[in-house]
Structures are given as structure tokens and as C-alpha cells.
Design a protein. Structure first.
Length: 972
């Protein structure tokens, strides 16, 4: 052992918990494999302190891909015992405090300067014996190495996020050192959503490029789970001055005190800034056993539990407590370290997030500006409230997971030592989040509010100085990261990489670009960003202002977009996927089942289709009361991957390529289907007359080949997008667009390209599809040896990173002002939005509430225009939507919900009231509606006006179809 070089864990001070995974074979090379396996089996448990005197080093035994490993977590934060959140003060006054020798501090040292006093000039902590429950003597050679920052400032890093309805991607943008020019491409790195507890470099060497990295772009759905270090958290109410338990993380400080003239010491208990994880949301993780997909697959759904949500972005509008949407609370999956049935049960959402985040809104959270002190901490944490958070709060949980992943990554040794910069700690400074161009100002504000909430909570349990961080490196400020300003929507973000690349290839000549695509003065650019949940469009008219350059400096120009049009449509990729599942995937898969079974049991197909259509029907409760949850999992893990695989093949295949069947076992794991097949088996056997003859399975995996007609797939695309593209082509003509940029994952489909070439009034070379665009070697997401954009999803986050670099003053040859949001808009028709209504029926006079022709025109200098209108017998269970009059062939977008408080008026009786509404157009906010007055109508004089609710609601249904599925499956 003495001859073997030690295994080193390298850490920077004050960078939070750093984790690593060490194969036991490397630590104990002389021990046989079966011994190491037994060692893990006997010691598999939660996080344990390495030794009594090192509560800041924790370990646990486990298996990683069947390999015996040791997980080690080192808390790098330093400080006095009172660094943390005060949670209790004992009333008793002690004459003296315990001797320092009797007290074990939670932190490794008081500050960075005292590290060498504690651990010597080499700043090393040797760990020479592997702890274990059996008391075995297991010598190892492991060293914790404190890296030196040499007093240099940390490198500021901005986090850039595109949280989509289907997929999410993030970038880390580093700030160059003052006075040094570093190109953009050397300072931007993808955020890797590795499983919790896994190091940054996990599986990174096995990839051919960033787009082959399964942790770089992730699905946007989430599940609720205990946090990585939840077993270290003290049980509420945080031990209350009981003897310290070294297995938990608490810090005790004996504070000098003077009470009624008597001097002494009082005992204060803190939750230290250590092993801090707040987010209960598991996201990403690819197919790792601790990733969201595998955890969802293992979850036992025989108990009702609300623990899954498709992209929380879809619910930015939702402020109604979960208890009013089904009478339930949020649940989570426990860690179950060392337990075989760790995923077979659920528990109510708990953990530190429950202590700091109030279900009634951010205004009731622990205040990051003034956290509770000795005089004001009574009544917190918020343990008396049930976890009935509205679904919009899931945005905060998702955001916390993203922010925590970024914070872990930027100071991970694997990241720092591959950054092409000197080893220095990093500091998270700003977070920039894109959002759909078609959102109302209310929806955008609520979305960004949840990201701000996440930043506040993230900072509260990590940093000593909770003041906002300085805008510029070297300026005075606190440690709390800030939300980047000004905001920029996804449509404009998606334009930037293309425009930046074009202008760069023209020698940074804005004039040449204006002449190439426009008339030399302006270029009108339309962007069509086809995402999963929305298709966003924006039309900008660009002009340029040149700025004089100093001697020896390159000329700099400012590109100024004048926003001419902005809108969003719910027609998008998710709608296409749903259609493909209903019409192609499920029927084709059922055809792989035993044809003999369907012949003998003629109603089996009808029963299966009924299960997909109404999984919550009372007639199914006797078969399986959890049918809805199992259908949701089957959709997420099986049907959606199969539909996406079909679309992926269509995107990559050439017209002349063969089109063979889809092999199911190449795409999904057989065990993903087992639970749903058992549900179908029970359904047919119980409900069919000849059910005893059913053998199943309805959805086989082994040997299953889905034969799906290519033309049928193309027809699904046509039905979904053709009408929308007709409308967009008309807009492009009306605004005389010079250039159309098409982004978003569905835009990669050749059929979308064909339809746009056919419909849009532009030459083919003026319709730029992001997929395969030769952006250049600067583009962060590209394959090895290529300069082309391979995934159209990445364009938005790269554009947002470019814009952030411009705001930081680091993109020297190119700058752009954010799109102007200050117009006083009056272009929408507002009316009732009903399910299954024909698009043109929205514009009927008896359906419209406000139309542009009746609205007042703004006068010069006005910042707000409004118009009131009264309505008799106004329905009190209705959605209000909006649409542009020129888009008569498209469904209106729901915006508001008018309803009665269900606790006072249950049931579906068609109540009405006399209502006054106010239409408002406000500079910087756009158009919106306000409820002014409610009076009982003659039909329903008993209605209490105070019970009428006017809520933001952008769904016609109660939930999105991935969370509350109702599928119309085509005939087999």
C-alpha cells in the first residue's frame, strides 16, 4: 500500500458539497471481488460520517453498474459554528460554555486561511482506514486535498437555460479575466444533468460528441424524490436542543448573552450551510439507475400518489392549490438506501424545501432579504402546512434542480481541469431563462417569478452573504445569484445564432448583411420556433448603428430589432406526437399481439381503446383503481419514445432509403411494459364475456416489429401543421419578410421543410432551417469535426448565451438591443374558448367579447389604454381566449378561466352572472383582461359575487394530456 500513489479527492474551499465515486477495487486492490461485494451488501446504508471528528466527510457503500463502490461527499464550505440558519435558541442561560476540546465543529475550518493551521502546508487530510460496521481493519490510501485559490477572484459563470415543454438544455457561460480577450467558444460549456451524486465526468469519455451525451439534453418531465442528503437533515423541529447526533447535520453555537444583568451563554442551534440540497425534483439522468426514467420504471403504482409531472412550464398559470384539483397532496419516493423495497412506497413531500417554501406563495417563504433571527424565528419553518403546492410551484422545484446541477458542475474537479483555464474556483453569477414569445405578460411574469424564487431558496441554505451578487467581476456584492435582465424570448433567441454566424462570416460587416438579405437599410426576419408545447413566431425588422472604433480597435456595430409581430400557437410537437400515438403506434403495436386472441375475444380491442380514452371511469375501478397512473407511465416510458423514434427516423432518412418496421426492443426495455400489460390482462379477463380465453400480452416487446406506413406518418404531420403554416406564410407575405429562420426539434422533419418551401412566398435560400446550418466551429453543440448545427433544439439556448455575453460586454464585434416590448397592442380578438369548437366559430358575434375595431386607439404619450364592457348572463364556468383575426383557421389560445369557488358551489350547474370586464393594453405588458364587477343575474340571484374567480389558465382541460391522458385510439 505504501508504494501505491494515493487516491486524491481535490476540492476548493467554499464550493458546496463535492461528491465522488470510488471503485472499491482501487481502494482495496488486494481484496477479492466476492469480498468487496459482501462488504457493500453488509454496509449498504445512508450517508455516514467518516469519523466522529470529521462530520464534513460522509460516505456510503453501494453498487454502480454492479461494481462495488464507495460514494464520498465532502462539504467544502467553511465557517464558524453559527454559519447557517438559526432554528432554535434555548431559553436557559449557562454560566459557561463547553471547552473547545469537547465540541466538534461541523465545518472543516473557520476560513480558508486556517486550513493550513488545521492540516499543514500541504493542505491534505489522509484517510487511511475504510470505516465499516463490522469493525474490519481495511487500510486504504485516500487523501482529501484542499486546492489553493491564492487569493484570486473566482471566475464568474452565468447559467443559461431553455426549459422546454418536451426537452431542456443548459449552458454555462464563463466570464473572461479582466483585460484578456477569450473567444465565446472557449468560455461556454454544456450543462450535464448527471444523476445526483455522480461526478461531472461520469461517462463523459464514452461519447463521440456533445450531441451523443445523454446528459446534455434531457426530457422536461420530473418526479418527486427525497434529496440526495435528506437522511442527514435533522428531523423537525430540528432536534430542539437535544444531544447532538453526529449522523445529522446540525451546528451548535454557545453565544455570549446578558439576561437581566446576568452574563452567561445561551445555546443556539443552526442548520449549517452543508450538504445542502433543496430540490425534491429528479430530472434527467438518462438510463442510469438513479435517473428519472429508471426511478419512474421502478415505482410501485399500486398506491395513489401525485409524484409525477410533465414539463412544469405548462403550468406557469396555475395558482390553485393541488387540494382543489383532486383533494390530494404531493408525494415523493424515499431514498431507501440499502433497502430492497426502497421504491415500493411513497411518503408526503418533505425535507428542507418544506421548511422554506410555503404552499401559498413566495410572499410567505423564508425571506432571503431578512431571514429569521433570534427574535423572529418563532413560527418557522413552515411545518404545519400540507404539501398542496399549486402545479406552478413545480417550476421552482425544476429550476432548483437545474441550478443545483450547475453549481455542482462548475466546481467539480473534472470540469475545472478540462476548462482550458487555470484551476480556479467558479461562482454562479446570473441565470438567464428564455420563454415563449407568445406568452402573455402575466404568464411570463409568473414563470420568471418561480425562477427568482428558486434562486432565493438556493442561496438561503448555501451562502453567508445573501446580498445580490455584483453585476461585474470585481465589484462589491454578495453571493446570491441574480436573474439576468433584460429578458429575451425564445423566438428572438433562436434568430441570434444564425444572424451572428452570417455576420461573422461576412467579416463582421453589418452593412454587407443588410445588403445581402435586405435593401441595405433594414432586414425583416421572421422566426418560426416549433417546440414541443408551442410554436412561437416573431417578426423583427433589423437596422444597424455603427459605433466609431478607437485606434487599433475593431469597428463595432449595434443591431437593433424593431419588433413587428409576436405570437404563439398551441399547435406544436406534442400535438403531433399525440396524433402519432393514437393513429399509428398503438394500433400497430396491438397488431403484434396474438391475432387469435382478438378473433376469439371480439370486444378486447374495444375494451383496450376504452382504457386509453377514459382511464378514470368508475367501471375500471374494480379492475385497477390506479389505471390512470399506469397509463401515464406507459405513455412516458413506452409510447412517446416509440413515436419520437419514428419521427427521428423520418428526420434522418432520405426519400430513397428503405422504410422497415420499428423494432420495439431496440427502443424500450421490456420491464417498462410489464405493469401495463398486467392491467390490460385484468381488464379483458374481468370485463369480456370470453375473458378467460385471453392470453396476452397486448403489447409484446420481444420480437415485436411495428409496421407503420411512411405516408401515414407524413399525413399526421400535414394534418397537424399545414393550417398553421398557411397562416404563417400569409404573415410572412404581409410583413414582406426577407428571411425566415425555422428552429425547434420538429422543424428537422423533411415534411415541414417541404411544406414551408411550398407555402412561403420566399426563395428557398431565404428559408433557413437551423438543422444542418453551417454555424461555424464556435457553435457549442456540434458533432466532432463538423461545424453544422445537428439539433435544432439547441439554437435557442445558444442564442440566449450570445445575448448574455453581449449584455456582459464580452462580445466585442457584435451587439444587439433586446426586442422592444413597449408597444400598445390592440390586435387580438377576445372571446369564449370552448372545447371542440370550430376555429371560425370563435369569431361569431355572440362569442366575441372584445374585437380590435371597437377598442380605443392609443394617443401619443399614453402608457395604458383601457375599455370596459358589461355582459348579462355571463357563464361562470368558461375559458376566455384570444386570437388574431387573420388567423381564423386556427384555434384560439385560452388565457383566462372564469369559475366559481368549488368549495361553495360544487357540481357542474350552468351558473351565470352579470359581469363587467376591462380590456387593457399597457406599455411593456401587452393586452390583458381584468374582471371589474360581478352582480347576481336574474336567473341565479343566489350567486355570491365574492365566489367568482377570474384566473389565468392557458389550458382548455384541467391538465395536459400527458398528466391526465384521454386518447382516441384508431381501430386496429
Amino acid at each position: 500500500m505504501a508504494d501505491k500513489a494515493p487516491t486524491r479527492i481535490e476540492i476548493f474551499p467554499n464550493t458546496g458539497p463535492q461528491t465522488c465515486v470510488l471503485p472499491l477495487k482501487e481502494l482495496l486492490p488486494e481484496r477479492p471481488d466476492d469480498f468487496l461485494t459482501r462488504l457493500v451488501e453488509k454496509n449498504r446504508a445512508g450517508w455516514q460520517p467518516w469519523a466522529e471528528i470529521t462530520p464534513w466527510i460522509r460516505y456510503r457503500f453501494d453498487f454502480e453498474n454492479d461494481t462495488p463502490v464507495l460514494f464520498v461527499a465532502v462539504e467544502t464550505n467553511l465557517g464558524e459554528p453559527y454559519r447557517g440558519l438559526l432554528v432554535d435558541v434555548e431559553d436557559r442561560l449557562y454560566e459557561s460554555a463547553p471547552d473547545e476540546e469537547e465540541f466538534i465543529p461541523f465545518y472543516a475550518a473557520y476560513d480558508e486561511f486556517s486550513i493550513e493551521e488545521e492540516y499543514g502546508n500541504r493542505r491534505e487530510i489522509p484517510l487511511l482506514s475504510l470505516p465499516n460496521q463490522q469493525g474490519l481493519d481495511l487500510p486504504i490510501n485516500l487523501v482529501v486535498q484542499w486546492e489553493r485559490s491564492h487569493g484570486r477572484l473566482p471566475i464568474d459563470v452565468d447559467l443559461i437555460v431553455d426549459l422546454g415543454n418536451s426537452r431542456t438544455v443548459g449552458l454555462l457561460l464563463e466570464t473572461p479575466d479582466p483585460g484578456l480577450e477569450m473567444p465565446f467558444e472557449r468560455r461556454v460549456r454544456p450543462l450535464r444533468f448527471t444523476p445526483r451524486g455522480m461526478p461531472y465526468e461520469y461517462q463523459i469519455d464514452n461519447q463521440g460528441g456533445l450531441l451523443d451525451d445523454p446528459y446534455a439534453i434531457i426530457n422536461s418531465w420530473m418526479i418527486l424524490h427525497e434529496t440526495l442528503f435528506q437522511d442527514l437533515e435533522p428531523e423537525p423541529p430540528f432536534a430542539k436542543i437535544q444531544p447532538e447526533d453526529q449522523s445529522k447535520k446540525t451546528s451548535v453555537y454557545w453565544a455570549p448573552a446578558n439576561r437581566n444583568g446576568k452574563k452567561g451563554y445561551v445555546k443556539k442551534v443552526y442548520i449549517p450551510h452543508g450538504f445542502a440540497e433543496l430540490s425534491p425534483a429528479i430530472i434527467g439522468g438518462a438510463r442510469h439507475s438513479d435517473g428519472a426514467e429508471q426511478i419512474l420504471a421502478r415505482a410501485n403504482l399500486d398506491r395513489m400518489a401525485k409524484f409525477f409531472l410533465s414539463s412544469p412550464k405548462r403550468y406557469a398559470w396555475d395558482s390553485v392549490p393541488l387540494s382543489e384539483r383532486g383533494g390530494t397532496v404531493w408525494m415523493q419516493i424515499p431514498n431507501g438506501y440499502g433497502a430492497e423495497d426502497g421504491y415500493n412506497s411513497f411518503q408526503e413531500l418533505n425535507g428542507l424545501i418544506r421548511c422554506f417554501m410555503h404552499p401559498e406563495g413566495s410572499q410567505f417563504d423564508w425571506n432571503v432579504e431578512t431571514p429569521p433571527d433570534e427574535e423572529r424565528f418563532r413560527g418557522v419553518p413552515l411545518l404545519g402546512t400540507a404539501p398542496t403546492y399549486p402545479r406552478r410551484d413545480a417550476i421552482c422545484w425544476f429550476a432548483l434542480s437545474v441550478i443545483e446541477a450547475a453549481y455542482r458542475q462548475i466546481n467539480a474537479p473534472g470540469y475545472i481541469h478540462t476548462s482550458q483555464r487555470e484551476p480556479r474556483p467558479r461562482r454562479l453569477r446570473k441565470v438567464r431563462v428564455s420563454y415563449p414569445a407568445g406568452w402573455t405578460d402575466e404568464e411570463r411574469s409568473r414563470y420568471l417569478e418561480q425562477w427568482q424564487r428558486a434562486l432565493n431558496l438556493f442561496s438561503l441554505i448555501r451562502f453567508e452573504n445573501l446580498d445580490p451578487i455584483a453585476e461585474r467581476t470585481g465589484e462589491k456584492g454578495g453571493d446570491r445569484p441574480i436573474l439576468a435582465d433584460p429578458p429575451l424570448d425564445e423566438a428572438v433567441c433562436s434568430q441570434l445564432p444564425i444572424i451572428y454566424s452570417d455576420i461573422s462570416s461576412l467579416g463582421n460587416s453589418c452593412s454587407d448583411w443588410l445588403h445581402l438579405y435586405g435593401n441595405g437599410r433594414v432586414v425583416t426576419v421572421m422566426n418560426v420556433d416549433i417546440g414541443g408545447g408551442t410554436t412561437d413566431m416573431a417578426i423583427n425588422r433589423y437596422r444597424a448603428e455603427n459605433h466609431p472604433a478607437g485606434i487599433g480597435q475593431q469597428q463595432k456595430f449595434e443591431l437593433i430589432p424593431d419588433l413587428r409581430f409576436r405570437h404563439g400557437s398551441r399547435i406544436a410537437g406534442d400535438m403531433l406526437v399525440k396524433t402519432i400515438i393514437e393513429e399509428l403506434v398503438v394500433p400497430a403495436w396491438l397488431r403484434n399481439s396474438s391475432s387469435q386472441a382478438f378473433e376469439k375475444i371480439t370486444d378486447a380491442e374495444q375494451l383496450i381503446r376504452y382504457l386509453f380514452q377514459t382511464p378514470t371511469d368508475a367501471n375500471l375501478m374494480g379492475v385497477d383503481a390506479k389505471a390512470m397512473s399506469k397509463l401515464v407511465r406507459f405513455l412516458r416510458l413506452c409510447l412517446i419514445p416509440l413515436a419520437n423514434a419514428l419521427l427521428g427516423r423520418l428526420s434522418e432518412a432520405k426519400e430513397t432509403d428503405g422504410w422497415g418496421p420499428l423494432i420495439v426492443e431496440d427502443i424500450i426495455e421490456p420491464r417498462f411494459v410489464e405493469d401495463f400489460n398486467k392491467l390490460v390482462d385484468r381488464l379483458v379477463k374481468v370485463k369480456s364475456v370470453n375473458g378467460r380465453l385471453w392470453r396476452g400480452p397486448a403489447f409484446p416487446v420481444e420480437g415485436a416489429r411495428l409496421t407503420i406506413d411512411r405516408d401515414a406518418l407524413v399525413r399526421c404531420i400535414d394534418r397537424t401543421f399545414s393550417g398553421l403554416l398557411d397562416t404563417l406564410s400569409d404573415l410572412a407575405g404581409r410583413h414582406r419578410c426577407d428571411l425566415v429562420i425555422v428552429s425547434g426539434k420538429p422543424s428537422e422533419l423533411p415534411r415541414i421543410r417541404e411544406l414551408m418551401l411550398r407555402k412561403f412566398p420566399l426563395l428557398p435560400q431565404r428559408i433557413i432551417h437551423v438543422k444542418s446550418f453551417p454555424a461555424g466551429h464556435w457553435y457549442p453543440f456540434k458533432r466532432l469535426g463538423s461545424d453544422r448545427i445537428t439539433d435544432a433544439k439547441t439554437c435557442t439556448v445558444v442564442g440566449a448565451a450570445l445575448f448574455q455575453d453581449i449584455c456582459n460586454g464580452n462580445l466585442n464585434t457584435f451587439t444587439i438591443r433586446p426586442a422592444d416590448r413597449s408597444e400598445l397592442s390592440r390586435r387580438f380578438c377576445w372571446g369564449f374558448a370552448r372545447r371542440n369548437m370550430l376555429p371560425r366559430d370563435f369569431f361569431n358575434s355572440n362569442n366575441l367579447l372584445f374585437r380590435p375595431s371597437e377598442l380605443p386607439r392609443p394617443q401619443s404619450g399614453q402608457d395604458r389604454v383601457e375599455f370596459e364592457k358589461s355582459f348579462a348572463d355571463f357563464p361562470l364556468n368558461i375559458r376566455i381566449g384570444r386570437q388574431i383575426e387573420t388567423m381564423r383557421d386556427l384555434q384560439p389560445d385560452p388565457v383566462y378561466e372564469v369559475s366559481l369557488d368549488p368549495s361553495r358551489y360544487p357540481g357542474a350547474q350552468p351558473y351565470t352572472a352579470d359581469v363587467t370586464l376591462r380590456w387593457v393594453s399597457e406599455r411593456g405588458k401587452g393586452e390583458y383582461i381584468e374582471l371589474v364587477k360581478v352582480s347576481p343575474s336574474t336567473r341565479f340571484p343566489e350567486i355570491d359575487p365574492a365566489a367568482v374567480r377570474f384566473l389565468l389558465n392557458t389550458l382548455l382541460e384541467e391538465s395536459f394530456w400527458l398528466d391526465d391522458p384521454s386518447l382516441e385510439i384508431a381501430s386496429v
